[in-house]
Design a protein around this ligand. Structure first.
Ligand SMILES: [Zn+2]
Length: 476
């Protein structure tokens, strides 16, 4: 048996520990930086497994780094465990039903992401122990990926400066290498403060914060025509003043996400949005407070490392789905609308250019997939991820593992419902094996490591990473 097969066996031998941990985190969904319960099982297991654990990195109480081994190379593995608001969902159910009305839910599969990364770190550690390999493995616990961007704060504070490379993964409804970029984003609150008054008897005494917020949104609406095509500006009302229409609303607050393919492009749009907010405050004689929440950079894929990870995904990322798994997942496939079901055939054709039309028809109707798509590198972008910031300071690679029902998007109730299933468990184990075997390649092949680093240097060129988060902004 070769070393990589041994890794896969050792991960399988501990699978109950990993899947039980994923289920435990599913049951305590927490958002942003407040991940006190979700981080606990990681700390307990890593300590028991012989890692040295340090918590509270970059002013985040529930972040950690767990270290095994010594010397170079230093390989980082990134774990996430935060959930999303208002996505509580009954497990294993084929329709939308909250388990806890208004509660949180793991709609992005980070209960799987975190434990898959954990399995990867422990898998390579077990092999290093057995084969007396030198090098260092560091598993990072990174809160607030969904909003707040823990890793962006960690990068700003130099947490990843010790790394030669970083590896991670993300659940999806299909398996492939992550060869795309992502959008840089600025997240900012615009808080307006006015003067309340009776809206009928003394409106002249009032200054409406709600008017200011509305004028800001109208101004931004006109701005959208004059930004780059790939720019994205979206918002939520955090406070609309109150529920009484007969009061001039004294407070209003907007939360903006401002995105573009590159950080400097997002910054220039952000500065223009600030001017619009200031204009709205002038027009309404209200006060404006701009509160910088967070920001993250675009992702730079490393082709050399992603290619190696992709090969490992093809070999060790098989889910070996059973008839029961397909039958289980059918409930989520049935919940899709007809247009989405039809589009899956088109996607199956794109993802599997060399297989027969008969096979494509089959793949396009399966409720869950166990094939790996082709390796594609492209400048196209997905949403935003704080893995982007990490990719600027060290070569970074990641894969998607198709452990979610086919056709269902991230941040959906279907992902929450599927989060403790046999399919989800198989996905996290496949991800762990892919990460650990890639770490093995990087630990034992100095030529590969040199190639990966040379590519990273060439990609960065003379562009120096500069965190978009101001020095005085803290995670909250
Ligand atoms: Zn996610």
């Amino acid at each position: 048996m070769n070393a990589k097969q041994k890794i896969a066996e050792m991960i399988d031998a501990k699978q109950v520990q990993f899947t039980a941990t994923a289920d435990q985190i599913w049951g305590t969904p927490e958002t942003r930086f407040a991940t006190a319960e979700s981080v606990k099982p990681f700390l307990e297991i890593l300590d028991k497994e012989g890692f040295t654990v340090e918590t509270g990195l970059a002013n985040m109480e529930h972040s950690f780094v767990a270290t095994y081994g010594s010397g170079s190379p230093v390989i980082g593995i990134l774990a996430e465990y935060d959930a999303l608001g208002n996505l509580s969902q009954v497990a294993d159910l084929g329709e939308r039903k909250a388990e806890n009305e208004g509660g949180n839910g793991h709609g992005c599969g980070h209960n799987l992401l975190g434990t898959g990364a954990l399995a990867g770190a422990i898998g390579i550690k077990d092999l290093m122990e057995q084969e007396k390999l030198t090098g260092t493995i560091k598993l990072f616990g990174c809160p607030a990926e969904e909003s707040g961007y823990g890793k962006a704060f960690m990068v700003r504070d130099g947490v990843f400066d010790c790394l030669d490379v970083a590896l991670t993964w993300h659940p999806l409804d299909t398996s492939m290498a992550w060869g795309l970029s992502s959008l840089a984003v600025y997240q900012v609150y615009y808080n307006f403060k006015g003067i309340s008054a009776h809206a009928a008897s003394s409106p002249e005494q009032g200054r409406s914060a709600l008017d200011a917020a509305e004028l800001m949104n109208i101004g931004v609406q006109f701005l959208r025509e004059h930004i780059i095509d790939e720019g994205r500006v979206h918002y939520a009302f955090m406070d609309a003043g109150g529920e009484s229409a007969n009061v001039v609303q004294p407070t209003a607050s907007l939360y903006y996400f401002i995105r573009a393919p590159k950080l400097d492009q997002a910054e220039s749009i952000y500065k223009r949005v600030n001017k619009i907010a200031e204009g709205a405050a002038w027009m309404t004689e209200t006060e404006l407070e701009i509160v910088f929440d967070s920001a993250c950079a675009n992702y730079l894929p490393n082709q050399a490392m992603t290619t190696v990870m992709y090969e490992n995904l093809k070999e060790f990322g098989k889910l070996n789905l059973t008839k029961e798994d397909q039958e289980y997942s059918q409930r989520y496939y049935d919940s899709l609308d007809d247009a989405t079901k039809v589009s899956l055939i088109t996607r199956a054709r794109q993802m599997n250019p060399t297989v027969s039309e008969e096979e494509i028809q089959r793949l396009g109707t399966l409720p869950v997939l166990d094939n790996v798509g082709p390796l594609v590198f492209s400048s196209a972008t997905l949403g935003s991820t704080d893995v982007g910031d990490v990719s600027w300071v060290c070569p970074t690679a990641q894969v998607f593992v198709g452990c979610e029902p086919q056709g269902t998007p991230p941040h959906s109730w279907q992902w929450v419902a599927n989060g403790k299933s046999s399919v989800a468990h198989k996905g996290l184990l496949a991800a762990g094996k892919t990460i650990a075997t890639t770490a093995y390649d990087l630990l034992t092949n100095p030529e590969l490591m040199a190639k990966v680093k040379a590519e990273h240097q060439a990609t960065i060129g003379d562009k120096k990473y500069q965190s978009a988060i101001p020095a005085d902004v803290m995670p909250k």
